[in-house]
Design a binder for this molecule. Sequence first.
Ligand code: HEC
Ligand code: HEC
Length: 309
Amino acid sequence: MKKMNRYIITFSISLYGALNLVSAEDDVNHGKQLYQSNCSGCHGFRGDGEGLAAKYLNPPPRDFTKGKYKFRTTPSGSLPTDENIAKIIRKGVRRTSMPAWENIFSDKDISDVVAYLKTLAEKFSIQDPAPELTIPSTIPEKTDALIQEGAMVYRLMECWNCHGPHGEVDGPTSDKLVDDWGNKMVAPNFKNEVFKGGDDPVEVYRTFSTGLTGTPMPGYDDDSFGFAREDVEGDYDNLYNVYSDEEVNEYAAWAESIISGDELYNLPEDEMYEIFQRRKWAMVYYVLSLREKESLVYKLFVKDYELTQ
Ligand code: HEC
Ligand code: HEC
């Protein structure tokens, strides 16, 4: 009798396994059908980004064969989670030709397409996505002083190289940027263009942390904000090329007033971490403060958020 039981259990486990396998294959096949009829015109039959419409589109449609995804909750360079891919399919990518499919596809359709997209890059079969980044739950309050600090961090981190001194894409390398596929690309104008990864401060914070893989936009981890006075004071030559004398002087005064290494690195860890975090949020608020209040972007995406603050 005992033996019989064991037999039944093994049999039912293997049957369950087999059923699972069949349904996973069905999902991928269904995803493939949906992909070929809806996505391949842009992303290509093989998922290599070479669809018929591709040459007319800027930015070009993603090549899925490399496993490089821009919009993630995972660290720089990591694969995305299934939900990251699903979200883009549901919502589309603003400021580009990538449509939103949430009113066309069911949740099941979308997860089947995700399953199919993952078969296009070998990387998904040999790696798991890295753990998702967490965003601290305490967000410093937006104040003028914090925005001003963000402006200084922006000068220090040389965001202006690609984004221009005031976010208007007129920096020294603004017109020389290419993505990993060799396509020329431009960063958004902070004055009047929406952000693909989202416009609320938490989303912008996340984009700074993850970077946009496959593009020159780097990810900035918390340690990038671990600078002290000795690291930043002294040589301001590079700033004179892009900022006015007044702006460089303002920066120099800030650089010479921030916390020294001795003080910073002797702080209890949580207090030190709080300073890094404050600097990162300062930059988020600074970048968002560059939005022109009269612009459509501001009216559509930013004002509502600010009204609820
Ligand atoms: C009209 C052209 C077009 C169609 C149709 C289209 N896409 Fe896209 N898609 C794009 C473009 C362009 C981008 C690149 C956006 C960017 O790089 O900012 C993109 C990007 C993506 C991404 C990128 C995500 C990332 O994080 O990098 C995914 C996933 C995606 N598309 C899935 C799909 C799926 C699935 C379909 C069909 C259901 C589809 N697309 C149909 C144009 C299209
Ligand atoms: C080497 C060039 C480079 C540097 C340095 C750089 N960026 Fe970017 N950034 C880009 C490019 C290119 C894009 C556009 C990517 C895209 O649209 O796919 C971008 C996009 C962005 C976006 C919009 C993201 C979105 O969701 O659409 C923000 C905000 C941003 N950068 C802020 C910053 C800040 C702040 C810094 C400095 C800490 C910085 N960047 C440094 C090249 C750069």
